[in-house]
Write a protein that binds this ligand. Structure first.
Ligand SMILES: NC(=O)c1ccc[n+]([C@@H]2O[C@H](COP(=O)([O-])OP(=O)(O)OC[C@H]3O[C@@H](n4cnc5c(N)ncnc54)[C@H](OP(=O)(O)O)[C@@H]3O)[C@@H](O)[C@H]2O)c1
Length: 254
């Protein structure tokens, strides 16, 4: 199969591309670094020629409701329109456990993305996952105060991005299935502890301060809204097992 991966250079996206190749399929990477802009649509129609399925794992780093809705709304509409025109038969989107219970900040865009996919012209599958183990590396250093790294107060049930990628490719190579069972990690962790353990393993300064984010978005992180719900599938690799591989792999933090 020819499988396009929107965001195929990202934290989970590069794993998706690896799994697509390992399983003998042909990946097509849809990112700006590959010459395709999902916001302007430049290069998209040509890239989708002959594609059987699209896996959308693109993302933006904003915490603003409006900016997140603008990004995920524009990207999803552009992708679905181009897929319909190219005759792509399956759109697979990755979302996040609990977003509908906390449709604020970044999650506002994810809720809009789900709605557009569910009502769009292309047969679809949506997988919701919890935070990746790599989220700790994505957060490390994003907000600093002098020598301190500020990390939101957050309960998380982190899952290996590689396991999410394997699930996404399995879904893409099967028939469109609508909303499927969520995928969560094996254990509940505190995000500040995760970032501290990540920093130690990566040999980086680890003066971590946990801070509550304001508003409903921050509350959702703190009170467990984003943890696995009954019926979720569980990944295998624990955060500690992942962090043990960090030094050797020189983990990316894109
Ligand atoms: N991170 C988590 O813990 C987590 C957990 C569950 C679900 N998710 C979901 O998983 C998805 C991927 O997240 P991630 O953390 O792997 O993302 P990421 O590492 O930030 O990667 C984002 C990807 O999107 C691409 N991109 C951004 N703007 C683009 C544009 N205008 N045109 C084309 N490509 C663009 C980037 O490539 P270029 O910069 O080269 O364009 C990159 O490949 C998101 O939908 C997120 O909500 C994330």
């Amino acid at each position: 199969m020819k499988i396009a991966v929107a965001g195929g250079t990202g934290t989970v996206g590069h794993h998706v591309v690896d799994v697509v190749r390992e399983q003998g399929h042909e990946p097509v990477i849809l990112t700006r670094s590959a010459g395709i802009d999902l916001i302007t649509g430049d290069g998209l129609a040509r890239a989708l020629a002959g594609v059987d399925a699209v896996i959308d794992v693109s993302s933006t780093k904003t915490l603003s409701d409006a900016e997140s809705r603008e990004f995920f709304g524009t990207v999803t509409r552009n992708l679905l329109d181009a897929e319909a025109a190219a005759g792509v038969g399956h759109h697979v989107a990755l979302s996040i456990v609990g977003v509908d219970l906390a449709p604020y900040g970044y999650y506002a865009g994810k809720v809009l993305q789900e709605q557009l996919v569910e009502t769009g012209p292309v047969p679809w599958t949506i997988l919701r996952a919890t935070q990746f183990h790599e989220f700790a590396s994505q957060l490390y250093g994003r907000i600093t105060l002098g020598p301190f790294v500020l990390v939101p107060s957050m309960q998380s049930q982190p899952v290996a991005a590689r396991e999410v990628a394997e699930r996404l490719v399995a879904l893409a190579t099967d028939a469109p299935a609508g909303r499927v069972a969520d995928l969560a990690g094996p254990r509940v962790e505190r995000m500040a502890d995760m970032v501290r353990r990540y920093a130690k393993a990566a040999g980086k300064p680890a003066r971590i301060i946990q801070m509550p984010l304001p508003g409903a978005y921050g509350k959702a992180m703190r009170v467990g809204t984003l943890l696995a719900k009954p019926g979720a599938d569980r990944g295998v690799q624990t955060f500690d097992e992942w962090v043990a591989t960090v030094g050797a792999r020189g983990i990316r933090s894109s």
